[in-house]
Design a protein around this ligand. Structure first.
Ligand SMILES: NC(=O)c1ccc[n+]([C@@H]2O[C@H](COP(=O)([O-])OP(=O)(O)OC[C@H]3O[C@@H](n4cnc5c(N)ncnc54)[C@H](OP(=O)(O)O)[C@@H]3O)[C@@H](O)[C@H]2O)c1
Length: 329
Protein backbone atom coordinates (compact mmCIF):
# COMPACT_ATOMS: atom_id res chain seq x y z
CA UNK A 1 0.00 0.00 0.00
CA UNK A 2 1.26 3.44 -0.89
CA UNK A 3 1.66 6.01 1.87
CA UNK A 4 0.50 9.59 1.48
CA UNK A 5 1.29 12.69 3.51
CA UNK A 6 -1.46 14.97 4.78
CA UNK A 7 -0.39 18.43 5.91
CA UNK A 8 3.13 18.79 7.21
CA UNK A 9 3.62 15.47 8.91
CA UNK A 10 0.73 13.01 8.97
CA UNK A 11 1.41 9.79 7.07
CA UNK A 12 -1.60 7.67 6.08
CA UNK A 13 -2.38 4.80 3.75
CA UNK A 14 -3.35 6.12 0.31
CA UNK A 15 -6.68 4.31 0.64
CA UNK A 16 -8.35 4.42 4.04
CA UNK A 17 -11.42 2.75 5.48
CA UNK A 18 -14.62 4.64 6.29
CA UNK A 19 -16.22 2.79 9.18
CA UNK A 20 -19.54 4.68 9.36
CA UNK A 21 -21.62 2.21 7.35
CA UNK A 22 -20.59 -0.61 9.68
CA UNK A 23 -22.96 0.80 12.29
CA UNK A 24 -25.65 2.50 10.22
CA UNK A 25 -26.34 4.61 7.20
CA UNK A 26 -26.62 2.13 4.38
CA UNK A 27 -29.28 -0.24 5.62
CA UNK A 28 -29.03 -3.46 7.60
CA UNK A 29 -25.54 -4.77 8.01
CA UNK A 30 -25.05 -8.14 6.29
CA UNK A 31 -22.43 -8.99 8.89
CA UNK A 32 -22.26 -9.20 12.67
CA UNK A 33 -20.28 -6.96 15.02
CA UNK A 34 -17.57 -9.64 15.13
CA UNK A 35 -17.45 -9.59 11.34
CA UNK A 36 -16.92 -5.81 11.40
CA UNK A 37 -14.13 -6.15 13.97
CA UNK A 38 -12.59 -8.71 11.64
CA UNK A 39 -12.89 -6.42 8.59
CA UNK A 40 -11.14 -3.59 10.45
CA UNK A 41 -8.34 -5.84 11.74
CA UNK A 42 -7.90 -7.46 8.33
CA UNK A 43 -7.66 -4.01 6.70
CA UNK A 44 -4.27 -3.63 8.29
CA UNK A 45 -3.09 -6.83 6.57
CA UNK A 46 -3.75 -5.24 3.17
CA UNK A 47 -2.15 -1.98 4.24
CA UNK A 48 -5.37 -0.02 4.76
CA UNK A 49 -4.50 1.69 8.02
CA UNK A 50 -6.27 5.07 7.88
CA UNK A 51 -9.55 4.56 9.77
CA UNK A 52 -12.42 7.02 9.85
CA UNK A 53 -15.20 7.31 12.43
CA UNK A 54 -17.08 10.05 14.32
CA UNK A 55 -18.72 10.68 17.69
CA UNK A 56 -22.10 10.96 15.98
CA UNK A 57 -21.89 7.63 14.07
CA UNK A 58 -24.41 6.06 14.75
CA UNK A 59 -26.49 5.64 17.65
CA UNK A 60 -24.45 7.98 18.39
CA UNK A 61 -21.19 6.58 19.84
CA UNK A 62 -21.70 3.00 18.60
CA UNK A 63 -19.27 3.27 15.69
CA UNK A 64 -16.46 4.68 17.84
CA UNK A 65 -16.99 1.83 20.32
CA UNK A 66 -16.78 -0.70 17.48
CA UNK A 67 -13.62 0.88 16.07
CA UNK A 68 -12.17 1.05 19.59
CA UNK A 69 -12.75 -2.66 20.12
CA UNK A 70 -11.31 -3.52 16.72
CA UNK A 71 -8.10 -1.54 17.06
CA UNK A 72 -7.21 -2.89 20.52
CA UNK A 73 -4.47 -5.20 19.23
CA UNK A 74 -3.49 -3.04 16.24
CA UNK A 75 -3.47 0.47 17.72
CA UNK A 76 0.14 1.14 16.77
CA UNK A 77 -0.48 0.20 13.14
CA UNK A 78 -3.40 2.54 12.39
CA UNK A 79 -4.03 6.23 11.93
CA UNK A 80 -7.27 7.01 13.71
CA UNK A 81 -9.55 9.86 12.69
CA UNK A 82 -12.72 10.89 14.49
CA UNK A 83 -14.94 13.98 14.58
CA UNK A 84 -16.63 16.35 17.02
CA UNK A 85 -19.07 19.18 16.55
CA UNK A 86 -22.60 18.01 17.36
CA UNK A 87 -24.82 18.76 20.30
CA UNK A 88 -25.96 15.31 21.36
CA UNK A 89 -28.73 15.13 23.91
CA UNK A 90 -30.47 11.95 25.07
CA UNK A 91 -28.72 10.06 22.30
CA UNK A 92 -29.90 12.42 19.56
CA UNK A 93 -28.07 15.10 17.66
CA UNK A 94 -29.99 18.34 18.21
CA UNK A 95 -27.71 20.73 16.33
CA UNK A 96 -24.13 21.91 16.20
CA UNK A 97 -21.87 22.59 19.17
CA UNK A 98 -18.22 23.52 18.80
CA UNK A 99 -17.88 25.58 21.96
CA UNK A 100 -14.39 25.07 23.42
CA UNK A 101 -15.58 23.42 26.68
CA UNK A 102 -17.74 21.06 24.64
CA UNK A 103 -14.91 20.11 22.26
CA UNK A 104 -12.73 19.23 25.27
CA UNK A 105 -15.45 17.07 26.81
CA UNK A 106 -16.06 15.31 23.50
CA UNK A 107 -12.33 14.67 23.06
CA UNK A 108 -12.17 12.94 26.45
CA UNK A 109 -15.26 10.88 25.68
CA UNK A 110 -13.91 9.89 22.24
CA UNK A 111 -10.60 8.81 23.77
CA UNK A 112 -12.46 6.65 26.24
CA UNK A 113 -14.75 5.03 23.66
CA UNK A 114 -11.85 4.40 21.31
CA UNK A 115 -9.67 3.11 24.13
CA UNK A 116 -6.66 5.16 23.04
CA UNK A 117 -4.48 7.87 24.53
CA UNK A 118 -4.38 10.07 21.43
CA UNK A 119 -6.67 10.82 18.51
CA UNK A 120 -4.46 11.03 15.43
CA UNK A 121 -6.78 13.36 13.49
CA UNK A 122 -9.66 15.23 15.11
CA UNK A 123 -12.04 16.88 12.65
CA UNK A 124 -14.72 19.46 13.26
CA UNK A 125 -17.62 17.62 11.56
CA UNK A 126 -19.48 20.78 10.49
CA UNK A 127 -18.61 24.43 11.03
CA UNK A 128 -20.60 25.93 13.92
CA UNK A 129 -21.58 29.47 12.89
CA UNK A 130 -22.03 30.43 16.54
CA UNK A 131 -18.39 29.76 17.46
CA UNK A 132 -15.48 31.66 15.82
CA UNK A 133 -13.27 29.17 14.00
CA UNK A 134 -10.25 30.72 15.73
CA UNK A 135 -11.69 29.51 19.06
CA UNK A 136 -12.09 26.01 17.63
CA UNK A 137 -8.55 25.98 16.23
CA UNK A 138 -7.15 27.33 19.51
CA UNK A 139 -8.95 24.60 21.44
CA UNK A 140 -7.46 21.92 19.20
CA UNK A 141 -4.06 23.52 19.81
CA UNK A 142 -4.63 23.06 23.55
CA UNK A 143 -5.66 19.43 23.04
CA UNK A 144 -2.49 18.85 21.03
CA UNK A 145 -0.46 20.43 23.85
CA UNK A 146 -2.18 18.08 26.29
CA UNK A 147 -1.23 15.08 24.10
CA UNK A 148 -4.85 14.13 23.47
CA UNK A 149 -4.90 14.98 19.75
CA UNK A 150 -2.17 14.90 17.11
CA UNK A 151 -3.69 16.66 14.10
CA UNK A 152 -6.52 19.11 13.33
CA UNK A 153 -9.06 18.57 10.55
CA UNK A 154 -12.19 20.27 9.22
CA UNK A 155 -15.07 18.69 7.33
CA UNK A 156 -17.20 20.40 4.65
CA UNK A 157 -15.60 23.73 5.53
CA UNK A 158 -15.65 26.82 3.29
CA UNK A 159 -12.39 28.31 1.98
CA UNK A 160 -12.49 31.50 4.08
CA UNK A 161 -13.05 29.58 7.28
CA UNK A 162 -10.27 27.16 6.33
CA UNK A 163 -7.83 30.04 5.90
CA UNK A 164 -8.79 31.57 9.26
CA UNK A 165 -8.50 28.23 11.02
CA UNK A 166 -5.12 27.44 9.45
CA UNK A 167 -3.79 30.87 10.44
CA UNK A 168 -4.62 30.06 14.10
CA UNK A 169 -3.55 26.42 14.23
CA UNK A 170 -2.25 24.36 11.28
CA UNK A 171 -4.94 22.27 9.60
CA UNK A 172 -3.67 18.85 8.54
CA UNK A 173 -6.64 17.74 6.43
CA UNK A 174 -10.00 18.77 5.05
CA UNK A 175 -12.54 15.97 4.73
CA UNK A 176 -15.39 16.69 2.31
CA UNK A 177 -17.44 14.80 -0.21
CA UNK A 178 -15.49 14.44 -3.45
CA UNK A 179 -15.84 11.97 -6.27
CA UNK A 180 -16.49 11.74 -9.98
CA UNK A 181 -20.05 12.92 -9.40
CA UNK A 182 -19.40 15.43 -6.57
CA UNK A 183 -17.01 18.11 -7.72
CA UNK A 184 -17.86 20.79 -5.14
CA UNK A 185 -14.31 21.05 -3.65
CA UNK A 186 -12.68 21.76 -7.04
CA UNK A 187 -13.21 25.51 -7.47
CA UNK A 188 -12.04 26.72 -4.05
CA UNK A 189 -11.18 24.10 -1.47
CA UNK A 190 -8.64 22.03 -3.41
CA UNK A 191 -6.71 25.12 -4.61
CA UNK A 192 -6.70 26.42 -1.03
CA UNK A 193 -5.40 23.08 0.26
CA UNK A 194 -2.71 23.08 -2.44
CA UNK A 195 -1.65 26.63 -1.54
CA UNK A 196 -1.55 26.05 2.22
CA UNK A 197 -0.11 22.52 2.19
CA UNK A 198 -3.23 20.93 3.66
CA UNK A 199 -4.21 17.34 2.85
CA UNK A 200 -7.61 16.36 1.51
CA UNK A 201 -9.67 13.30 2.44
CA UNK A 202 -12.58 12.60 0.07
CA UNK A 203 -15.56 11.06 1.84
CA UNK A 204 -18.17 9.04 -0.04
CA UNK A 205 -15.52 8.54 -2.76
CA UNK A 206 -17.64 5.80 -4.34
CA UNK A 207 -20.67 8.06 -4.48
CA UNK A 208 -22.25 6.13 -1.58
CA UNK A 209 -22.08 3.03 -3.79
CA UNK A 210 -23.41 4.59 -7.00
CA UNK A 211 -20.05 4.78 -8.79
CA UNK A 212 -19.47 1.06 -8.30
CA UNK A 213 -22.26 0.41 -10.79
CA UNK A 214 -24.28 -1.45 -8.17
CA UNK A 215 -27.28 0.90 -8.18
CA UNK A 216 -29.72 1.58 -11.01
CA UNK A 217 -33.19 3.12 -11.05
CA UNK A 218 -34.68 -0.08 -9.64
CA UNK A 219 -32.60 0.28 -6.43
CA UNK A 220 -34.68 0.56 -3.29
CA UNK A 221 -33.42 1.78 0.06
CA UNK A 222 -34.65 0.33 3.32
CA UNK A 223 -35.57 2.33 6.40
CA UNK A 224 -32.42 3.68 7.99
CA UNK A 225 -30.62 3.87 4.64
CA UNK A 226 -29.74 7.56 4.35
CA UNK A 227 -29.79 7.36 0.57
CA UNK A 228 -33.60 7.28 0.78
CA UNK A 229 -33.42 10.95 1.85
CA UNK A 230 -30.85 12.10 -0.74
CA UNK A 231 -32.26 13.59 -3.97
CA UNK A 232 -29.58 11.97 -6.15
CA UNK A 233 -30.80 8.53 -5.17
CA UNK A 234 -34.40 9.03 -6.23
CA UNK A 235 -35.25 6.66 -9.05
CA UNK A 236 -35.48 9.27 -11.83
CA UNK A 237 -32.14 10.80 -10.83
CA UNK A 238 -30.43 7.40 -10.55
CA UNK A 239 -31.62 6.73 -14.05
CA UNK A 240 -30.46 10.12 -15.38
CA UNK A 241 -27.04 9.63 -13.78
CA UNK A 242 -26.32 6.20 -15.30
CA UNK A 243 -24.33 7.44 -18.30
CA UNK A 244 -21.41 8.48 -16.09
CA UNK A 245 -21.27 5.13 -14.34
CA UNK A 246 -21.61 3.30 -17.66
CA UNK A 247 -18.50 5.08 -18.88
CA UNK A 248 -16.65 4.23 -15.66
CA UNK A 249 -17.65 0.58 -16.12
CA UNK A 250 -16.45 0.51 -19.76
CA UNK A 251 -13.15 2.09 -18.81
CA UNK A 252 -12.73 -0.37 -15.94
CA UNK A 253 -13.52 -3.38 -18.18
CA UNK A 254 -10.85 -2.26 -20.64
CA UNK A 255 -8.25 -2.12 -17.87
CA UNK A 256 -9.16 -5.36 -16.13
CA UNK A 257 -10.26 -3.27 -13.15
CA UNK A 258 -13.57 -2.66 -11.41
CA UNK A 259 -15.64 0.55 -11.48
CA UNK A 260 -14.88 1.14 -7.78
CA UNK A 261 -11.15 0.94 -8.51
CA UNK A 262 -11.44 3.43 -11.38
CA UNK A 263 -13.46 5.84 -9.22
CA UNK A 264 -10.78 5.68 -6.51
CA UNK A 265 -7.85 5.81 -8.95
CA UNK A 266 -9.34 8.98 -10.42
CA UNK A 267 -9.29 10.57 -6.96
CA UNK A 268 -5.75 9.40 -6.22
CA UNK A 269 -4.63 10.95 -9.50
CA UNK A 270 -5.97 14.40 -8.60
CA UNK A 271 -3.11 15.21 -6.19
CA UNK A 272 -0.53 13.31 -4.10
CA UNK A 273 -2.02 14.78 -0.90
CA UNK A 274 -5.43 13.17 -1.40
CA UNK A 275 -6.36 10.01 0.54
CA UNK A 276 -9.91 8.68 -0.01
CA UNK A 277 -11.73 6.66 2.66
CA UNK A 278 -14.17 4.29 0.92
CA UNK A 279 -16.59 2.58 3.27
CA UNK A 280 -17.39 -1.10 3.15
CA UNK A 281 -18.56 -3.90 5.41
CA UNK A 282 -17.03 -6.63 3.27
CA UNK A 283 -13.42 -7.72 3.31
CA UNK A 284 -13.50 -8.68 -0.39
CA UNK A 285 -14.57 -5.13 -1.29
CA UNK A 286 -11.96 -3.64 1.01
CA UNK A 287 -9.31 -5.65 -0.83
CA UNK A 288 -10.77 -4.59 -4.17
CA UNK A 289 -10.77 -0.92 -3.12
CA UNK A 290 -7.19 -1.15 -1.85
CA UNK A 291 -6.24 -2.42 -5.33
CA UNK A 292 -7.09 1.03 -6.75
CA UNK A 293 -3.56 2.13 -5.91
CA UNK A 294 -2.32 -0.22 -8.65
CA UNK A 295 -4.66 1.17 -11.34
CA UNK A 296 -3.03 3.88 -13.39
CA UNK A 297 -5.25 6.27 -15.33
CA UNK A 298 -3.65 8.01 -18.31
CA UNK A 299 -4.09 11.75 -18.82
CA UNK A 300 -6.40 10.94 -21.77
CA UNK A 301 -8.53 8.59 -19.67
CA UNK A 302 -8.88 11.22 -16.97
CA UNK A 303 -9.68 13.92 -19.50
CA UNK A 304 -12.39 11.68 -21.04
CA UNK A 305 -13.91 11.06 -17.61
CA UNK A 306 -13.84 14.76 -16.77
CA UNK A 307 -15.32 15.76 -20.12
CA UNK A 308 -18.13 13.24 -19.82
CA UNK A 309 -18.90 14.24 -16.24
CA UNK A 310 -19.02 17.92 -17.27
CA UNK A 311 -21.21 17.13 -20.28
CA UNK A 312 -23.80 14.93 -18.56
CA UNK A 313 -23.87 16.79 -15.22
CA UNK A 314 -25.50 15.23 -12.17
CA UNK A 315 -29.21 15.10 -11.49
CA UNK A 316 -30.16 15.75 -7.87
CA UNK A 317 -28.43 17.30 -4.86
CA UNK A 318 -25.93 15.33 -2.81
CA UNK A 319 -27.76 16.02 0.44
CA UNK A 320 -31.29 16.87 1.56
CA UNK A 321 -32.18 20.56 1.54
CA UNK A 322 -31.79 20.79 5.33
CA UNK A 323 -28.32 19.23 5.30
CA UNK A 324 -27.14 21.34 2.35
CA UNK A 325 -27.50 24.35 4.69
CA UNK A 326 -24.78 22.90 6.96
CA UNK A 327 -22.01 22.61 4.36
CA UNK A 328 -19.54 25.06 2.89
CA UNK A 329 -19.41 27.62 5.72
N1 LIG B 1 -17.35 13.98 7.06
C1 LIG B 1 -18.57 13.65 6.73
O1 LIG B 1 -19.53 14.42 6.87
C2 LIG B 1 -18.83 12.27 6.16
C3 LIG B 1 -20.03 11.99 5.50
C4 LIG B 1 -20.22 10.71 4.96
C5 LIG B 1 -19.22 9.75 5.10
N2 LIG B 1 -18.07 10.06 5.77
C6 LIG B 1 -16.99 9.06 5.94
O2 LIG B 1 -16.62 8.59 4.65
C7 LIG B 1 -16.67 7.16 4.64
C8 LIG B 1 -16.95 6.65 3.24
O3 LIG B 1 -18.09 7.24 2.67
P1 LIG B 1 -19.46 6.45 2.49
O4 LIG B 1 -19.43 5.17 3.24
O5 LIG B 1 -20.53 7.44 2.79
O6 LIG B 1 -19.57 6.21 0.92
P2 LIG B 1 -18.70 5.40 -0.16
O7 LIG B 1 -17.43 4.97 0.43
O8 LIG B 1 -18.70 6.26 -1.36
O9 LIG B 1 -19.65 4.17 -0.47
C9 LIG B 1 -20.01 3.21 0.47
C10 LIG B 1 -21.01 2.27 -0.18
O10 LIG B 1 -20.37 1.61 -1.28
C11 LIG B 1 -20.45 0.20 -1.11
N3 LIG B 1 -19.15 -0.33 -1.59
C12 LIG B 1 -17.92 -0.12 -1.08
N4 LIG B 1 -16.97 -0.69 -1.83
C13 LIG B 1 -17.62 -1.30 -2.86
C14 LIG B 1 -17.19 -2.07 -3.95
N5 LIG B 1 -15.89 -2.30 -4.17
N6 LIG B 1 -18.12 -2.54 -4.82
C15 LIG B 1 -19.45 -2.30 -4.63
N7 LIG B 1 -19.91 -1.58 -3.59
C16 LIG B 1 -19.01 -1.08 -2.71
C17 LIG B 1 -20.69 -0.02 0.36
O11 LIG B 1 -21.46 -1.19 0.58
P3 LIG B 1 -20.95 -2.37 1.57
O12 LIG B 1 -20.70 -1.75 2.89
O13 LIG B 1 -22.13 -3.29 1.58
O14 LIG B 1 -19.74 -2.93 0.92
C18 LIG B 1 -21.52 1.21 0.73
O15 LIG B 1 -22.89 1.00 0.42
C19 LIG B 1 -17.72 6.83 5.68
O16 LIG B 1 -17.62 5.49 6.13
C20 LIG B 1 -17.43 7.85 6.75
O17 LIG B 1 -16.37 7.40 7.57
C21 LIG B 1 -17.86 11.31 6.29
Amino acid sequence: MHIRRLGQSMQVSAIGLGCMGMSQGYGPNPGSREDMVDVIRSAVDVGVTFLDTAEVYYGPYVNEELVGEAIGPIRDQVQLATKFGWDIQDGKSVGLNSRPEHIKKVADACLQRLGVETIDLFYQHRVDPKVPIEDVAGTIGELVQAGKVKHFGLSEVGADTLRKAHATYPVTAVQSEYSLWTRDPEPEILPTCAELGIGFVPFSPLGRGFLTGALDSSASFSQGDMRATIPRFQAENLSANQSLVNHVRDLADGKGATPAQVALAWLLAQAPWIAPIPGTRKLSRLQENAGATEIGLSADERADLDALAARVGVAGDRYSEAHMKLVGH
